[in-house]
Design a protein. Structure first.
Length: 176
């Protein structure tokens, strides 16, 4: 309570007025806590599903692109560069285009067994680079697991699952 926070991707800044969990007032919340809170300086119309709140001193990362280790669970044909599934991470659902298939992985060791394959298919594990079509908050799975895992969906089905290995932050102007 009293801390300055920023909401990403919009970059809006506010001050925490109150925090509660299961109708009980708290003075602070920890990462992963499921809470309700009131912020001075930000209207609820300025916040949408998928936005992430963080300390002004350590804001959530909006990604320009990210590298992920994925596992393909369903696809009618094959996945190649240009394929654009919807990435479901935390509460965000944003389409992201595959810009590079870095390598097909050995599922047991995680080592690259084929560099730059033309395509990947059901049962394959791969290292892939994505570019979201709209601003999206993600973190490395090794740093914040809750914001670093995702499902890939298309045609009403889960196509694959993945974890963020690396990311390139986008430039976001913090307003306020």
């Amino acid at each position: 309570v009293g801390d300055k926070v920023v909401i990403m991707p919009p970059g809006k800044v506010g001050e925490v007025r109150s925090i509660e969990m299961h109708h009980e007032k708290l003075e602070e919340a920890l990462p992963g806590d499921n809470i309700g809170f009131n912020i001075r300086g930000i209207a609820k119309e300025e916040i949408k599903r998928g936005d992430v709140v963080g300390h002004l001193t350590n804001p959530p990362t909006v990604v320009d692109e990210f590298t992920a280790r994925i596992f393909v669970v369903w696809h009618p044909t094959a996945i190649s560069v240009g394929y654009t599934p919807v990435i479901h991470a935390h509460t965000a659902s944003i389409a992201a285009r595959i810009t590079e298939i870095i390598g097909r992985l050995d599922p047991r060791t995680g080592q690259i067994v084929e560099k730059n394959p033309q395509f990947i298919k059901v049962g394959d594990s791969a290292l892939v680079k994505f570019k979201p079509i709209k601003p999206m908050v993600l973190e490395r799975f090794s740093e914040i697991p809750q914001l670093g895992r995702f499902a890939m969906r298309d045609m009403g089905k889960t196509v694959g699952i993945g974890v963020v290995i690396d990311l390139k932050p986008a430039k976001v102007e913090v307003k306020g």
